[in-house]
Design a protein around this ligand. Sequence first.
Ligand SMILES: NC(=O)c1ccc[n+]([C@@H]2O[C@H](COP(=O)([O-])OP(=O)(O)OC[C@H]3O[C@@H](n4cnc5c(N)ncnc54)[C@H](OP(=O)(O)O)[C@@H]3O)[C@@H](O)[C@H]2O)c1
Length: 338
Amino acid sequence: MISRCNISEIISLYIFSAWYWFVEWFSRLLWLRSGLAGQVFMRCEGRTALITGGTTGIGFEIAKKLLSFGMNVIIGSHSSSAESEKCLQLLRSLYPKSKVEIWYVDLTSMDSVKEFAEKYLRSGLPLHILVNNAGIMFAPYKITKDGLESHMAVNYFSHCLLTKLLLPCIKQSGNPKCKARIINVSSCLHFLSQIDFSDLNSLHSYCPHHSYNQSKLCQVMFTHSLNRFMKNSDCPVVVHCIHPGVIYTNLYRYVWWAKFLGPLLFQKPEIGAEVAVYAALSTNLESDGGKYIEEYSEVQPSKYSQDQEYQSRLWNETWKILQPWLDEVDDIPSDVSE
Ligand SMILES: NC(=O)c1ccc[n+]([C@@H]2O[C@H](COP(=O)([O-])OP(=O)(O)OC[C@H]3O[C@@H](n4cnc5c(N)ncnc54)[C@H](OP(=O)(O)O)[C@@H]3O)[C@@H](O)[C@H]2O)c1
């Protein structure tokens, strides 16, 4: 495998991340962040949310917040049954009035994603909020059994497939007065990326930083395309994406220095979860989708991500790659331009 890592790209990644970290800290020091206090949320009691990667890190805190608001939560996780059981006991003891379950899904396997989605549809549960949160970062090179690079599989393709398979249920759960929402947990690092359409799955050359950043850029572009598709087909569903902040979690397991500096310098998972909960519940974000949210406001994502030609190209390429796991009669059109 040829390495495509480029030292100047890695230096700019660290400078860019440090800048983000500095701005987040500064706004916290100056009390510019108001947190969730004072935000107006839509009704939550008895509604149902699904979160991928919700047993650790930001996802776990999102689950806690939604449960505390009276929502029922299903968590998609690849943790062992012992770990899941421990997490479940904890959540049930903290929020005895809400329902929570943890179901197995391995997002490196599209068969597993399909089984998980089918189980969800069979359960007859509604789905008001889908949070595509699970992710891996800067992992060693791995091509999954489906022929997908692991960052692209876990962070991007699995979530596209999951969303597509659950779409009938999501559409049914929303209504014009209270739309269903899909939240894609992306990253500010999407700003540093462009898509390599000639080698989307790094089959010819690999750099973990490129693959992570590209997968997060794909999530932002998918957010735009899917939201446009929902709008064009008059569905009561809005799609947003977020950058949760620079948060110390297991995501940094492949960044050697983070275990020393992360606990001191990065923010806590609760802070990242607040951004996701804001995107999922705020009444400010009800009418129009396709927003990229940082902190508590809409920010313009990268110029590249807003290019509709690239968005359509990615959209078409994505469904072509995922075709083996889709039904033959497929209601996703090949073109989503306005
Ligand atoms: N932390 C940050 O600074 C930061 C910044 C920007 C964006 N984000 C995004 O925030 C999201 C959450 O990350 P985090 O910081 O909370 O990291 P985390 O604690 O590592 O959480 C990621 C979750 O994804 C799960 N996951 C990984 N591979 C999976 C697979 N094959 N199948 C099913 N689940 C899988 C993990 O499960 P296991 O723990 O069992 O592997 C974990 O629960 C990610 O999408 C990340 O890109 C984070």
